[in-house]
Design a protein around this ligand. Structure first.
Ligand SMILES: [Zn+2]
Length: 83
């Protein structure tokens, strides 16, 4: 499943979770997130440049280094923190 990166639209109103961006694994068929699952403030999906393919491990490493949270969507509206 593809991993998407989201960031808060308004960094001043957002919570620490979405402020620096976070990653969510979603099925292609799933709608993109409109709101932060923690604080409910609007988020946007960061478009990742095509051709820049990284293995999951690289992605997780980079995400961790950048302070991102990697989440797995376990149920509708429920997230499990993996890292
Ligand atoms: Zn938030």
């Amino acid at each position: 499943m593809p991993l998407y990166v989201y960031e808060a639209r308004d960094g001043h109103k957002s919570c620490p979770f979405c402020q620096g961006g976070f990653e969510v694994t979603q099925r292609l068929s799933e709608d993109r997130l409109e709101k932060c699952p923690k604080c409910g403030n609007p988020v946007f999906r960061v478009i990742q440049a095509p051709g820049l393919t990284h293995s999951q491990t690289d992605l997780h490493y980079r995400a961790k280094r950048a302070g991102f949270h990697t989440l797995k969507k376990v149920d509708h509206g429920t997230f499990e923190k993996l890292y």
